[in-house]
Design a protein around this ligand. Sequence first.
Ligand code: GUN
Length: 287
Amino acid sequence: MSEKIIDGVAIGKEIREEIKARVSALKERGCTPGLAVILVGENQASHTYVRNKQKSSTEVGMKSELVNLPASVTEDELLSHINKLNNDDSIHGILVQLPLPDHIDENRIILAIDPKKDVDGFHPINVGKMMIGQRSFLSCTPYGIIKLLERTNTPIKGKHAVIVGRSNIVGKPMGQLLLQRDATVTYCHSQTVDLPSYTKQADILIVAIGRTKFIGEEHVKDGAVVIDVGMNRDENGKLCGDVDFEAVKNKTTAITPVPGGVGPMTITMLLKNTLQSAEEAVAESDK
Ligand code: GUN
C-alpha cells in the first residue's frame, strides 16, 4: 500500500497485538477481561457487527459473552439484563448494539449501563468527562481516528481540523479530541451554507455523514489529510465512503480508504476500552 494511504488494517492489527500482550499479563494476575454484547432483534448489519466484535475480543484472549434477545423484549427486561451484567465481576465491558427497536428508549438504556463498564463511551458521565479532559471511555470511532493520526505521525497541534457531521458518536467527540490536541476545529453539517468554503481550509478533513462519495475534489485543499468515516454501498453494491477516493486521493498528503481505513480501528478501540476497564478493576482491587 502506498505510504499516503492510511492503512487501518495494519495499524489496528499492531494495536491489537499490544492489547493481546496486556490481556496475557492480566490473566497471569487472575483476571480475564470480559466483554458482554447485548443484541436485540434481527437486524442483519447488527448481527454482523456483533459477530466481528466477539471474534476480535476472543482473538486477543478476552472472554466474550453474547446476550441475544428477541425484538419483542420489553425495556424492563432489557434493563434487568444490564443490571445483572453491571453486577457481574467477570464482565468489564457492556455494549448494547444500536439501533434498538422503536419501543425501547435508547437514552434510558445507555443511562443504565455502569459508566465504569461503558466501553462504547456513550454514557453522559463518560461524554462529560471527555468534554472536560478527564480520564473516561472514549467513543471508539473518534478514538480510533486519533490513533490513526498519531501512528502516522500526522501533526495535529495548530492545524485546522474541519469535521463534516455532528453525530453524538463521531462528529461531536471527534472535535473535542482534536481540540484537546491543540487543533483549531470547525464543525460543518447538513445545514452549513457553502460547505466547500470550509472544507477547503482543512489541514485535516474528517467526514462522517453517511452519503456516498459526497466529498469531491472541489472540497479538498492540496496537501490535506482526509479521514473518511463513511460506510456506504455504491450503485454496484460495492463498499465505499463519504469521500470520492479516486477524485480526491491525488490532492492529499494522506487519506483513509474504505474499506480498510477507519473501520478496523473502531473494534480495536472497543477492545482497548475493555482492557482499560479490566486494568482499572484490578488496580481498584489492589487498593
Ligand atoms: N451501532 C453501530 N455502531 C455502533 C457502536 O459503535 N456501538 C453500538 N453500541 N452500536 C452501534
